[in-house]
Design a protein around this ligand. Structure first.
Ligand code: C2O
Ligand code: CU
Length: 477
């Protein structure tokens, strides 16, 4: 005993003497490790350079749009008339199309009977335009106006929706589309936006008027009984053989995950969450979780003339049709030829697993809170929350660990990240995301180089889970 003490004391004495610290093998190993992990982070940061821009120089043109959120009526399944909340009296809301470099100026009016805000999902906006109440702006009260103005830095498919009482406001119909066109991108025969949604309707066509229920919270949020595309049950689109179509699919549902498939066809995925992929890849099984987008490059085959090509959902065991493409007979056109677009630069990040995990976020649920069940991040339910910090312009590896048996599509505002691993096994996803679906008891590692400074929401895009606490803030400094 006294020998042990003696030895320990003498080690302390030697450490205190300074010089001998250099010879302590344990200290050496630690500092070497620290050095090499910062060297790894340097490499990963360097590899990222040129993937997407820090800034954009706005052109001289400002595109002004009026946007009004108000109660309205919509025929989801005619002849039923459903009371909805809508942007500009239409579902989905308007599609704002601009060109890269143009500035969006949205004069927004809230005619809802409650406060709201607009979040521009996936767009790297200045933090003050991000639409998160209590984080980036106060809620816009009923009858009030607010102007959103920003210059998107990335071309692609984005969407917008309220961030106040979102589980109810988005479900009632508030969502719209923002498309940023790149003047350099090829011309497709058609550019089709397909907004996928999922409504929970009563037999008379009314929206079931109970939101954020215990059932929703104990499951994967609110799943409905009427899937829609562009606000209608199973609409059809008319196409011609030979056409090359860019399809932009957006999942605006509160909880339902779609896995869209064109049986017998093999469209290429060219963009995910707005950003071009490193290379196109065939659409086989892609889980389009709430918040996610995919852009497809689809050629209608010559042999399809006069047929109907369905788009089906394959996420659950019961496949169901979402929409169909009716191919006009005898009107084949010549297929536009061009190289499928892809990202100009995509980082290799082969060493990402060697970077230390900067932060881990644990997700679980407990009884309690205003809804009876609270969903938590690191043991806290929003608005109880501790901010985490990231350094702008530096690579970070983050770990998101689902300690529950439910699904969580986690969405980080203002940033794009890349999936690195699932349950510690490397995953070579060669595209960016802003939302990642995490399965039951699953842990994922993501990598990112945050560029845009500010306080950014980090939350589950199952809007019921978010409403019941599953949100935190990441500060990029
Ligand atoms: Cu589309 Cu904060 O989310
Ligand atoms: Cu969730």
């Amino acid at each position: 005993m006294s020998m042990v003490h003696h030895g320990f004391l003498s080690l302390l004495v030697r450490l205190a003497l300074g010089g001998s610290v250099l010879f302590c093998p344990w200290v050496m190993a630690q500092s070497q490790k620290a050095e090499s992990s910062s060297a790894v982070i340097d490499t990963l940061t360097k590899e990222f350079e040129g993937a997407f821009p820090q800034n954009i120089t706005p052109k001289d043109s400002i595109r002004e749009f009026d946007l009004v959120a108000a109660p309205g009526i919509w025929g989801i399944i005619p002849p039923y008339r459903t009371d909805v909340w809508a942007y500009n009296q239409q579902i989905p809301g308007p599609v704002f199309r601009i060109r890269l470099g143009e500035t969006v100026k949205v004069q927004f009016t809230n005619r809802l009977p409650q406060p709201t805000t607009i979040h521009w999902h996936g767009v790297r906006v200045p933090n003050a335009m991000d639409g998160v109440p209590g984080v980036t702006q106060p809620p816009i009260r009923s009858g009030e106006r607010f102007t959103y103005q920003f210059t998107p830095k990335d071309p692609g498919t984005f969407w917008f929706h309220p961030h106040v009482n979102a589980a109810k406001q988005v479900e009632r119909g508030l969502h719209g589309v923002l498309i940023v066109e790149d003047p350099g991108e090829p011309r497709y025969s058609q550019d089709l936006v397909l907004v996928l949604d999922d409504w929970l309707l009563e037999p008379d066509g009314a929206i079931r008027d109970r939101f954020v229920t215990r059932h929703d919270l104990a499951h994967d949020g609110r799943w409905g009984n009427v899937p829609t595309v562009n606000g209608r049950l199973r609409p059809s689109f008319s196409v011609r053989a030979g056409e090359r179509i860019r399809i932009r699919m957006i999942n605006v549902a509160n909880g339902r995950v779609f896995a869209p498939l064109f049986p017998g066809l093999s469209p290429q995925v060219i963009a995910v969450d707005g950003m071009l992929t490193a290379a196109p890849f065939p659409l086989q099984r892609f889980n389009l979780a709430p918040g996610n987008r995919i852009d497809l490059d689809l050629i209608i085959p010559d042999t399809a003339q006069g047929t109907v090509l369905p788009l089906v959902d394959t996420f659950t065991r019961n496949r169901f049709p979402l929409t169909s493409f009716e191919v006009e007979p005898g009107t084949a056109v010549e297929t536009p030829r061009f190289q499928t677009p892809q990202a100009a630069h995509f980082p290799d990040w082969g060493k990402a697993a060697e970077a230390p995990v900067a932060h881990e976020y644990l997700f679980d649920a407990v009884r309690g809170g205003p809804y009876g069940i609270a969903w938590r991040i690191n043991g806290q339910a929003w608005p109880d929350s501790t901010e985490t910090e990231l350094k702008s312009g530096r690579f970070h590896r983050l770990r998101l660990t689902n300690e529950s048996s439910r699904l969580h599509p986690m969405h980080l505002h203002g940033q794009f990240f890349r999936l690195l691993a699932r349950d510690g096994k490397p995953v070579d996803e060669r595209f960016w995301r802003d939302t990642i679906l995490i399965g039951p008891e699953e842990s994922v590692d993501i990598g990112l180089v945050p560029l845009d400074k500010g306080r950014w929401a980090n939350h589950c895009h199952i809007l019921e889970h978010a409403e019941a606490g599953m949100m935190s803030v990441v500060r990029v400094k």
